[in-house]
Design a protein around this ligand. Structure first.
Ligand code: S3P
Length: 199
């Protein structure tokens, strides 16, 4: 696995051959578990790359007309997943035609169809952090956006992370460790890495 150090020392690991040095014309898809910082990093990265930012959770909420927590409670996780999958597949199609930064909800990679579609995306970044840090961040966000019905307790959170990690690994072309880093620092390291050109 090739690794490279961005200007501020953030380790970024390439897990598949980098296909291009043209960051501004290519979409970037962010995957990772709850609390990984996909939305926060995504917004910063989109600004740095001058691309639109798209967040699949926000689209689910807009299209369902209710919060994710309400969707789970009223229609169940299965309905949420059906809607999430269709939105993510649609947005991946759009992202292939028009460059953007697209953040996927943490569970979107459960879908075989989504993972298959991600195989065609040159830049899929897995934002990682240790389980305890992810849990702390989720707790910190809880008051603002109760959109994580699956973050019920630390034990089940850890079990779900273990199930998900191989899925993120499968689709990632790049892994970015976020522990102890601000979203802006991670985003700028990613942007700088691409603007430096091919490795
Ligand atoms: C989920 C993650 C959440 C949201 C929903 C389910 C998951 O998104 O889509 O609560 O299954 O991991 P974030 O990863 O953006 O928190």
């Amino acid at each position: 696995m090739a690794t490279t150090s961005a200007p501020d020392g953030i380790e970024i690991a390439a897990v598949a051959p980098d296909s291009s040095s043209a960051p501004l014309t290519q979409s970037v898809v962010l995957v990772g578990f709850m609390g990984a910082g996909k939305s926060a990093v995504g917004r910063e990265l989109a600004t740095a790359l001058a691309l639109p930012f798209v967040d699949s959770d926000e689209l689910v909420v807009a299209e369902a007309g209710r919060s994710i927590t309400a969707l789970f409670a009223e229609r169940g996780e299965t309905d949420f997943r059906v809607l999430e999958e269709s939105i993510v597949l649609r947005e991946l199609g759009r992202a292939a035609r028009r460059a953007c930064v697209l953040a996927l909800g943490g569970g979107a990679v459960r879908s075989d169809l989504v993972r298959r579609a991600l195989r065609g995306v040159p830049k899929v970044v897995w934002l990682t952090a240790p389980a305890d840090e992810l849990w702390t961040r989720v707790g910190r966000d809880a008051g603002e956006a109760p959109e994580r019905p699956l973050a019920a307790d630390r034990e089940s959170f850890g079990r779900l992370l273990a199930v998900r990690e191989p899925l993120y690994q499968e689709v990632a072309t790049l892994i970015a460790e976020t522990a102890g880093r601000s979203p802006a620092a991670v985003a700028h390291a990613l942007a700088a890495d691409w603007q430096d050109g091919p490795r």
